[in-house]
Write a protein that binds this ligand. Sequence first.
Ligand code: EPZ
Length: 417
Amino acid sequence: MDKLIIKGGKKLKGDVTVSGSKNASLPIFVATLLAPGINQISNVPFLRDINTTIKVLESLGGSVEGNGNIVRIDTSTINSHEATYDLVKTMRASVLVLGPLLARFGKARVSLPGGCAIGARPINLHLKGLQALGAEITLEHGYVEAKCRRLKGARINFDVSTVGGTEHLMMAAATAKGETLLENAAREPEIVDLALYLNRMGAKIEGAGTDTIRIQGVSELSAANYEVMPDRIEAGTFMIAAAMTGGDIRIHNMKLEHLDALAFKMQDAGVEITTRDGVVRVKGPRRVKSVNIKTRPYPGFPTDMQAQFMAMMCVADGASVISENIFENRFMHVSELQRFGADITVEGNTATVKGVKKLSGAPVMATDLRASASLILAGLASEGTTEVTRIYHLDRGYESIEKKFAALGADIQRVKE
Ligand code: EPZ
């Protein structure tokens, strides 16, 4: 197992380029199942979760060339409608193959994903939506079995805004008979990217990015090529790194408009954020000011940036109140941040962070993907040396992050444990 060794205190300077979006790539890879043919997907990040998705497609009979930047996916040889537990348990997003397999073959058998570190993460709304489209769903032995000769368009209203649920039903409805309306749909940019790809395949989807998505079912789709959007969470992580080290960096290949809520809060904290010719410059103040945040579905403050923002508030001037409203257990980074000397108290879904002048480097352990990013950020801003173990969590969602930080002047290296 690898670990990261960080010698903190360096102000980050220079240029960094953001990789393609993990959370846009995953559903786009799954959507290739909807039609036979060869799809060339570009700007794909080299990540563990991408490799897992490729394994899922190959286990279904697909053939895949490459695992990043450019990936060629041939789905003309798909010959199975079953995704097994050993694959789905490593990455819960693979449950999204259920809808496309059902739409293409009239049946599907996919392992229930189970929970994960940050919460129970049920898929009841996915299944309820598929049933509304006419699927016969049974749950047994930890698997979902779905059957339906041809899905039929329906009007679906989500109880809560669900990114995966919206993506799942957009894919299933693309070739259903008639019109489907998704109301109270999630509005994340990754959903817009998936809709753009599906329309490139011949789907008729309108309204992605708003809370009402209208899908006219078509009889068949065809393979298509696509360039994935930049990863807005990786971009946000670099923005915070610059802010909390008093650095001055330029971030290439990111869309600032995907991070309005984060940018406004960072500006409230005294961080300078400017854009010129599509490059975003982030300049940290001597010390950031404390700011309160509440995580919300897009375009609200993203839950995937909560841990990183909390790391920044640990060195802010003042106290900040952070409430996590999306997942029930997304404060596991708190106890690790406290090892750096952070002053954080948690009451239910609310954490109060009292900024300290300086954090001190410490040995810490990653618990989930975004929490591991917050530990790196704290290490970069600390006095002394930090060791981060269990960084396989990190490799799920950040492409060579230590190389990117080192190129910005951080003293960080990956060593074999
Ligand atoms: C996606 O997860 C992202 N993952 C998550 O990113 C992100 O944190 C999350 O959206 C919220 O933005 C991918 O895109 C692969 P949800 P997803 O369905 O789709 C409840 C990362 O770090 N819910 O929007 O699983 C659920 O429990 C990951 O990259 C139901 O109750 O999230 C949660 O409280 C972490 N029933 C809320 O909705 C359902 O059927 C939002 O979940 C579905 C969801």
